[in-house]
Ligand binder design. Structure first.
Ligand code: NAP
Length: 370
C-alpha cells in the first residue's frame, strides 16, 4: 500500500518550473506548505518564482538545468537532498513544442523534441528514484499530454515523445509493484492549456499557433498534479475535453481522424503572423515569458467539473480511505495561492535570490534558434 505525506510535509521537485503548468504547480505546492526545488533553463524565470514563493513565506530553491543532460538533472535531485534533506515528489513538466507537418520537420528538430520531451522525462525518473527509494515512499509524476494517447496534426515529434512517456512509466510502474516499492507513478495527461508553451514553441505555420479549444488555465492542471502528490494515482486526465477526446479515440480513432481533418488544422492557427525564424526555446530558453498563464486567456476555463469528479469519484475516495487518513481537499481552499493572487499581492518585490547553477550552464544545441 502506498501512503503519501500531506503536502506540508513534503519536499517537491518541479522540473520545467520557469513557466506554465510547472510554475503554477510550484506556486500552489509552496502555498500549501511544501518545500520546493524548481528547475528549468531560464535562471531569471526561476529567480522570479523563488522570490514570489519566499515573499509569501514559502521555502524554495532554484537549480538551473537542461533536462537533456542527465548529470544536470541528477544535480537537481542532489540539491533537494542537500537543502531540504531528501525529496518526496518529483514532478516532471518540462517540454518544448514544434508546430510543423511531419514532412517539414528536420531530423535534428525531431530528435531534439524527443530528447527534451521523452528522454528528459526518463532522466528525471532516473534521478529521482534513488532518492524516493531512500525515503521509503514517494510520488513520481510525469506530465505528458492527451497526446500520449491521441496525436493531432503538426505535432508528430511532440506526440511521439508523449506516447513514449506513457510507455516507459507503464513498464516502470509494474517493475516497482513487483518489487513492492511504495512509489506512486502517475501519468498526468492535460488537454489544451493556456501557457507560454505556444509563444515559446517553434512554428512553421507562418502564424502563431494555439491549442485546439476548449482551453483551460494552468491552475486546473496544477491542482490535478498536487492531488497526485498526496494520493497515489495511475493515469489522470486533466480537463473534460481531453477525457472526451480519449474516450472517442477508444471508441473509434477513425471518427477523430475525420474530425481532425475537418477542424484540426485551422483551429491551431491564430491570425497573428509569426515567421519561422522567430526566437523559440528548442535549444535554449526564451527570456521574458516566465508566467504561469499564456497569452490565450480569453475564455479559458479556470475550473474543470470533470477534474473535480475524477479526483472525488467514490472509488478514489474509498481507495484513499483504505490507504490512510483521508486527505482529500477542496482544490479551491482559501489558503491556496495561485500565481494571480501572488501577482496581485505585489510579491515580486521580495529579495533577489540567485538560481543555483548546480551543474554548469545549460547546454545549447548545435543550431540555437534565431
Ligand atoms: N499547454 C498545453 O496545452 C499542454 C497540453 C498538454 C500537455 N502539456 C504539457 O504540460 C507540460 C508543461 O507545459 P506548459 O504548457 O506549462 O509549457 P511551458 O510554459 O512552456 O513550460 C515548459 C517548461 O519546460 C521548460 N523546458 C523546456 N525545455 C527544457 C529543457 N531542455 N530543459 C529544462 N527545462 C526545459 C521550460 O523552461 P525553460 O525554457 O526556461 O527551460 C518551461 O519551464 C509539458 O510537458 C507539456 O507538454 C501542455
Amino acid at each position: 500500500m502506498i501512503r503519501l505525506q500531506p503536502l506540508d510535509q513534503q519536499v517537491m521537485v518541479v522540473m520545467g518550473a520557469s513557466s506554465g503548468i510547472g510554475r503554477e504547480t510550484a506556486l500552489r505546492a509552496a502555498g500549501r506548505g511544501a518545500r520546493v526545488v524548481v528547475s528549468a533553463r531560464d535562471a531569471d524565470g526561476l529567480d522570479s518564482l523563488v522570490r514570489q514563493i519566499r515573499a509569501q513565506g514559502g521555502r524554495a530553491e532554484a537549480v538551473v538545468a537542461d533536462v537533456t543532460e542527465a548529470d544536470q538533472v541528477r544535480a537537481v535531485a542532489t540539491r533537494a537532498d542537500e537543502v531540504f534533506g531528501g525529496l518526496d515528489t518529483w514532478v516532471h513538466s518540462s517540454a518544448v513544442l514544434l508546430y510543423a507537418r511531419f514532412e517539414q520537420t528536420t531530423p535534428e528538430e525531431f530528435q531534439r523534441v524527443v530528447q527534451v520531451n521523452l528522454v528528459g522525462q526518463a532522466y528525471g525518473a532516473m534521478a529521482a528514484l534513488p532518492h524516493l527509494r531512500r525515503r521509503g515512499q514517494g510520488a513520481l509524476i510525469h506530465i505528458s499530454s492527451l497526446e500520449a494517447r491521441r496525436a493531432v496534426p503538426y505535432h508528430s515529434a511532440y506526440a511521439a515523445a508523449k506516447h513514449g512517456i506513457d510507455g516507459f512509466v507503464e513498464a516502470l510502474r509494474v517493475e516497482l509493484k513487483q518489487e513492492g516499492v511504495p512509489i506512486s507513478v502517475t501519468n498526468v495527461m492535460p488537454g489544451s492549456t493556456n501557457t507560454p508553451l505556444f509563444d515559446k514553441g517553434r512554428t512553421k505555420l507562418g502564424v502563431k499557433p494555439k491549442p485546439i479549444p476548449p482551453i483551460y488555465q494552468p491552475g486546473t492542471v496544477a491542482d490535478v498534479v498536487l492531488h497526485a502528490a498526496e494520493h497515489p494515482a495511475r493515469d489522470l486526465v486533466a480537463g473534460g475535453a481531453a477525457k472526451g477526446i480519449l474516450l472517442t479515440q477508444r471508441l473509434s480513432p477513425r471518427i477523430l481522424d475525420a474530425a481532425l481533418v475537418r477542424v484540426g488544422f485551422r483551429t491551431q492557427r491564430t491570425g497573428e503572423e509569426k515567421p519561422e525564424r522567430s526566437p523559440d526555446n528548442l535549444y535554449g530558453p526564451v527570456p521574458g515569458l516566465s508566467t504561469s498563464e499564456g497569452s490565450l486567456g480569453d475564455g479559458a476555463f479556470r475550473r474543470s467539473a470533470y477534474n473535480w469528479l475524477e479526483l472525488h469519484s467514490p472509488l478514489r475516495v474509498l481507495a484513499s480511505l483504505a490507504s490512510g487518513p483521508p486527505r482529500l481537499r477542496d482544490t479551491s481552499e482559501p489558503s491556496l495561492r495561485s500565481s494571480r493572487d501572488l501577482d496581485r499581492s505585489g510579491s515580486t518585490d521580495g529579495n533577489v535570490v540567485a538560481a543555483t547553477a548546480a551543474a554548469g550552464p545549460p547546454a545549447n544545441g548545435p543550431t540555437a534558434s534565431a
